[in-house]
Design a protein around this ligand. Structure first.
Ligand code: CTP
Length: 428
């Protein structure tokens, strides 16, 4: 292993308060004689000059005991937030000059997978660093950076991660990696799209073999969801296109019918999401637009089945189902004559469902724009109290009257409070 020190990269890419927190960890670890490292994504990102504030630290020993010793040593500025006893990990936070610095502390661990796609079992805690890194996904994520004083900044790179990173290749670490954990295929897609890296030939072959094997019965849906979310939230057409073309969708459901013109649809999806981004309140939901686009031609039972498999929330499921329903009844919108018909078509839909609809029905853009830019925010000025004052008896008629007022407003037939009152008088 080549001796590399990442002093310059570390100093440049790690914010000051995190550096200070790491210096405290370093001091405490040295006193205990514990080897301690930055590990995984953060080391990768330091090398390629990307900001990453997910600070993962691994301790060659017991991370919970280490966290407790930090607690004793720095009671004023340190808090142990939570521990996970079976993995011996801890989430901790330092208060550095008034800023919270969150750190994830893990013990080095050796793992094995008793059956394909299942969860790993821990074989040993506090093992050699090599055994901890060999259990990981890609070589670019397998590097560690020493935080002990006598070797600070030293890169520990057993598996050629540094060179792979420079060459932009994704290599898994052993033949069974995808079989053990097929979610790594989606992770590979994410890293490939995010950084523009390419899976090496052997890695591609193993990926294809795993997808062909179909051995995903034990695969936990929530883990697939987590990775899908991260990949599609990149909002890159390439992700959806490759998800289908490389048959990665099989990890979600082998029965997803591959759309013929997927490259074009993926392109439209990225473009539409970017164009309508100001309407999307939560960028974390972008992935639902991609998934919705993929499933908008399925029957609701299929969507329900997939939602159940992926442990989608009620709201996430309704975005998908609503998008499908809008697409199915697109004829109504096509034939709509009044502004209120457009309003009614979209009124209950969430923005993500509307964007799926637009991706699949580009020719109806004018009507979607009319709704989003004009109709959706129209409100009426009167309410039930006005109706009571005007002598109407509370009952089902109330909502009918208020709906008629709304209709007239949306259609532009009335524009003021006074006109609303005049309209209500007709119902008296
Ligand atoms: N890891 C793995 N297999 C997985 C998930 C994670 O081997 N299925 C390992 C990788 O070494 C990864 C580390 O656990 O670097 C931390 O996982 P995560 O935080 O999800 O990954 P990051 O590499 O930090 O990715 P990102 O930048 O997207 O957060």
């Amino acid at each position: 292993m080549k001796n590399r020190f990442l002093r310059e990269e570390f100093e440049k890419n790690i914010p000051g308060e995190i550096k200070k927190a790491l210096a405290f960890c370093s001091k405490a670890a040295d006193e205990l004689g514990l080897p301690i490292f930055l590990i995984g994504g953060i080391v990768r990102d330091i090398i390629i000059n990307k900001k990453n504030f997910d600070v993962d630290i691994t301790v060659q020993g017991n991370a919970i005991e280490f966290a407790q010793s930090l607690q004793n040593k720095y009671p004023e500025i340190f808090k142990l937030k939570e521990t996970h006893d079976s993995f011996k990990t801890a989430k901790v936070v330092f208060n550095i000059d008034g800023k919270c610095v969150d750190l994830d502390l893990a013990s080095t661990r050796k793992e094995s997978y008793p059956y394909p796609s299942g969860l790993p079992v821990v074989e040993k805690i506090g093992c050699e660093l090599y055994e901890d890194v060999i259990r990981r996904d890609f070589s670019i994520n397998s590097m560690a950076l020493s935080l002990n004083k006598d070797s600070f900044y030293r890169l520990v790179d057993y598996l050629n991660g540094y060179d792979d990173l420079q060459e932009g290749v994704l290599e898994i670490l052993h033949e069974k990696s995808f079989i053990d954990d097929p979610t790594r295929i989606i992770r590979g897609l994410k890293f490939s799209v995010r950084f523009g890296y390419k899976p090496g030939e052997k890695t591609q072959k193993l990926m294809r073999e795993c997808l062909e094997s179909g051995q995903f019965d034990n695969l936990a849906g929530e883990r697939v969801k987590l990775e899908l979310k991260q990949a599609f939230n990149l909002n890159r057409a390439e992700c959806l296109a490759r998800f289908i073309n490389e048959k990665i969708y099989r990890l979600v459901d082998t029965g997803i019918s591959a759309l013929e013109n997927i490259d074009e649809i993926a392109f439209d999806a990225q473009k539409t999401i970017s164009e309508y981004s100001k309407f999307i309140q939560n960028n974390d939901n972008i992935w639902l637009i991609y998934l919705g686009t993929l499933l908008s031609g399925c029957i609701p039972e299929k969507i329900n089945h997939i939602a159940q498999k992926l442990y989608l929330s009620g709201n996430e499921k309704s975005v998908l189902l609503y998008a499908q329903a809008l697409c199915e009844k697109q004829g109504f919108l096509r034939n709509s004559k009044s502004r209120f018909e457009v309003y009614e078509f979209f009124e209950k839909a969430q923005i993500e469902s509307i964007i799926v609809f637009l991706i699949k029905n580009k020719d109806l853009k004018d009507k979607v724009d009319l709704f989003l830019n004009g109709l959706k925010d129209i409100k009426i000025s009167i309410d039930g109290n006005n109706l009571i004052q005007m002598g109407l008896k509370p009952g089902p008629l109330f909502s009918e009257v208020l709906r008629e007022v709304l209709k007239a407003r949306v259609n532009g037939e009335i524009t003021s409070y006074e006109q609303e009152i005049e309209l209500v008088k007709k119902f008296n």
